[in-house]
Design a protein around this ligand. Sequence first.
Ligand SMILES: [Zn+2]
Length: 236
Amino acid sequence: MRDKDDLKVFISTRDSTCDECGEKLGRKAWITLMEGKGALCLSCADLDHLVFLPSGDAALTRRARKHSTLSAVVLKWSRARKRYERQGLLVEAPALEKAEKECLSDEEVRARRRKREAERRAEIDRDYVKRFALRVRELYPGCPPGREFEVAEHACLKYSGRVGRSAGAKSLDADPVRLAVIAHIRHTETMYDKLLAGGFDRWAARAKVDGEVQGVLQKWEAATVPNRNGFRKPRR
Ligand SMILES: [Zn+2]
């Protein structure tokens, strides 16, 4: 068991504010606690790309955690029992899908996928995602096809319930778009999540992958598109 070093996410029971971005998170926000500091929202903690698997199915939980580079236990204070109780696990979406395929019947897998997709549709502001994706494509023309939508959906989910950000913070300015692209590159193109899972401090992990992130960012900023033969050439 790696229970001792598991990352922990707490469902807050009182009004909380993120100590890093200053966002008011409201009641029942999902937060991480830093030793000696305070609360962090899931976005600042770099856990907002994970999906929630409620407790209940031990085999599914075990496998999802095994397949997920980064995972976090979700805990909630029980007033009645005066202790933290495990609510479930935050895992990477592909890890959950893989675990479901291994543990469940095809029919159950399909039903779960449909349910998740419906929840996602309800959470996501389609129009905002589309505008955000276009903006990513405009600022980062070298970004591989389709990635602009991954970046945009992630950025949009930030404003949904779990992360607790206000919709008023939605913006298509170059800076927030750049931050969203950087977060995406960190998660998908570097060892960052592995470092976090290994107990690295976020800032130390960020410093370690920064060179790599900047390299990818520059490539994406350059106005190149892959042509039919897979070669890249300047688009002028
Ligand atoms: Zn924050």
